[in-house]
Design a protein around this ligand. Structure first.
Ligand code: PMP
Length: 362
């Protein structure tokens, strides 16, 4: 077939298509021999119990649909976080939970508010669902100015700690933002909270307009399994479930359910790997400072760093040529920063010694 002009010329039916500019996920290179510090995965394996349940998984179960209410996973998460099962919603990664939350809770003519520098999926969902939004500039230290969120809005979403900056907020600020926005839903995206941030879960006792979203992808080393969850008051969770059951009853597959339960059962392993990542992060921060980088005080499993003299793009290219993958955005205000996920101690040592040699030659 001759494809000339197919791309250039719009077909008459194209006017009816929902056109979106998709989110661009970090690269997943085929080559396994790279040092992969570009998508904030955990460098350690999931809890041993996860391996055990997957090894023992009876594949005959796959004949049947999974539990649409995902009760086993919902119940164990409720127990782990000290809430009722009616307060927990689970989904296919927190991206799924957040996408469902946008369509469920941000249903107003007024703009949804979120920071100018944050998880770059928020504006994609807003555009996809035709939700009006207004970004609020972070200050020069990449901190939220709470007053920006004290105006009329159709909802608020804040990542705490924020991505890609790693900056964590005081709980008193979140408390004030939620209390001053009783007419809207406030979502706190806590994807990275287990690496030294503070969860807003205790605020659920005070507020019924607060939804907290977390993930198994980072602190539970299960990005490939796709599990995320939300905690909020039962009314919010029930509205979320109504929307979920209007999309797809069986979002969580049978293996994800058993693997997710096994992960939550092993609290000690969870504590162990998160504290290892935190220790490596703090050590890496010191080394990067010594090499002339300026950093935010990241409370996540990544570091956000700019070099005092060498542009981020140059460092990014040099790292990549040497099989070290990090993330860089050519975006206003952050184009001189690199986001470097925390790998194992050995991986971070390799990165530091490469940078030491590279920067010495500059
Ligand atoms: N929120 C933030 C702030 C993130 O950085 C990510 C990871 N890209 C997610 C949510 C989504 O993670 P997942 O879908 O793997 O749970």
């Amino acid at each position: 077939m001759d494809n000339t002009n197919v791309a250039a010329k719009a077909a008459p039916w194209e006017k009816n298509i929902r056109k979106v500019v998709p989110y661009v996920a970090g690269e997943q290179p085929k080559n396994q021999n790279v040092i992969k510090l570009n998508t904030n995965e955990c460098p350690y394996p999931p809890a041993p119990g996860v391996k055990a349940v997957l090894n023992g998984f009876d594949h005959d179960i796959l004949r049947k649909y999974p539990d649409p209410n995902v009760s086993d996973l919902v119940d164990i998460l409720a127990k782990r976080y000290g809430v009722d099962s009616s307060q927990v919603f689970v989904g296919v990664g927190s991206d799924d939970v957040l996408a469902m939350s946008f369509i469920t809770f941000f249903n107003s003519d007024k703009p949804v508010l979120f920071p100018d520098i944050t998880y770059s999926f928020y504006d994609v969902w807003a555009d996809l669902y035709r939700i009006p939004y207004e970004t609020q500039p972070l200050d020069e230290n990449f901190c939220i100015r709470k007053e920006d969120y004290f105006k009329e809005n159709g909802g608020i979403i804040i990542a705490n700690p924020n991505a890609p900056t790693g900056v964590s907020m005081e709980m008193s600020v979140i408390d004030e933002i939620v209390s001053k926005n009783q007419d809207s839903i406030v979502i706190i995206d806590e994807a990275y909270v287990d690496f030294g941030g503070e969860t807003a879960i205790p605020l659920l006792k005070k507020y019924d307009n607060l939804l907290i979203v977390q993930t198994f992808s980072k602190s539970r080393s299960m990005a490939g399994m796709r599990i995320g969850f939300a905690i909020g008051n039962p009314k919010l969770i029930s509205y979320l479930n109504d929307v979920k059951f209007s999309f797809n009853s069986y979002t969580m597959n049978a293996t994800a359910i058993v693997a997710g339960v096994a992960s939550v059962e092993d609290e000690e392993y969870f504590k162990n790997i998160t504290s290892k990542v935190i220790a490596t992060r703090e050590r890496t921060k010191k080394e990067l400072k010594r090499l002339g980088f300026v950093l935010t005080d990241s409370k996540t499993n990544f570091i956000f760093a700019a070099h005092k003299t060498v542009p981020a793009q140059e460092i990014f290219d040099a790292l990549r040529e040497n099989q070290i993958y990090v993330r860089h955005w050519n975006k206003d205000r952050i184009s001189n920063y690199l986001r470097i996920s925390i790998g194992t101690d050995e991986e971070m040592d390799t990165v530091i010694s490469f940078l030491e040699k590279y920067l010495a030659g500059k």
